[in-house]
Write a protein that binds this ligand. Structure first.
Ligand code: ZN
Length: 222
């Protein structure tokens, strides 16, 4: 059973302060003043809250490479848009014009899978995929497909495989636009770890009608 650890609401202050800084594009000076106000209200002193530098240093390791791919917002068109200076150009190869002030943005955020897997292995650990007796216990690596890929040499002891899952959430009730996270479950992790920690591979925002294609096409161009 997981051990319960008592925490205080103040432990969230660093995370909330960084969220405020990013959400409102605060300057470092504004962030510094925000931290000054926190200091007045707090009885204890946290090093991370003493300056913007110390606060942001806490999250330095989370800086990562995220690739943003714009997709044509027209329903049933899944063309990846040509981008110049970070914005889609007006004339696109599919023939649909992208008008900056009128067109909805549909995009795919690709997160670095390799970095996440290295982090996962370092902090959670992987187990060797020992084929188990399918009559005794069923698992991904006792399954027929996994066994076939091993026999064919496509999977060995150094291979990490992922199960992909997707689940969407609408930001507003009256919209066709949704966020869809594409999650990866690490097959070679212990069952409990597999359930508790997932890899975020792709985050899609756009029209549901052409959800899948650009997410995976874009991945292959990475
Ligand atoms: Zn189009």
């Amino acid at each position: 059973m997981d051990e319960k650890v008592e925490t205080y609401s103040s432990v969230f202050l660093t995370c909330l302060s960084v969220a405020l800084y990013l959400r409102h594009n605060l300057t470092k000076t504004a962030l510094s003043h925000h931290l000054d106000i926190l200091k007045v209200a707090m009885s204890a002193s946290y090093k991370e809250l003493t300056s913007p530098h110390n606060l942001l240093a806490k999250y330095e390791n989370l800086k990562t490479r995220v690739k943003k791919i714009f997709v044509c917002p027209k329903p049933k068109c899944s063309t990846i848009l040509i981008v110049k200076d970070g914005k889609p150009e007006e004339n696109q190869p599919c023939g649909h014009k992208y008008i900056a002030k009128q067109s909805n943005n549909c995009y795919v955020l690709q997160l670095p899978i390799e970095e996440q897997l290295v982090y996962f292995n370092k902090h959670r650990g992987l187990t060797k995929a020992v084929p188990c007796d399918p009559n005794v216990r069923s698992d991904v690596y006792s399954g027929e497909l996994y066994g076939k890929l091993r026999t064919e040499g496509k999977i060995d002891d150094f291979t990490i495989t992922l199960q992909a899952n997707a689940d969407g959430a609408k930001p507003f009730v009256v919209t066709k636009y949704s966020f869809w996270p594409f999650l990866g479950i690490v097959n070679e992790a212990k069952y409990k770890l597999r359930r508790n920690f997932v890899i975020l591979m792709v985050l899609w925002y756009g029209n549901e009608s052409h959800l899948l294609k650009p997410s995976w096409d874009g991945q292959s161009t990475n």
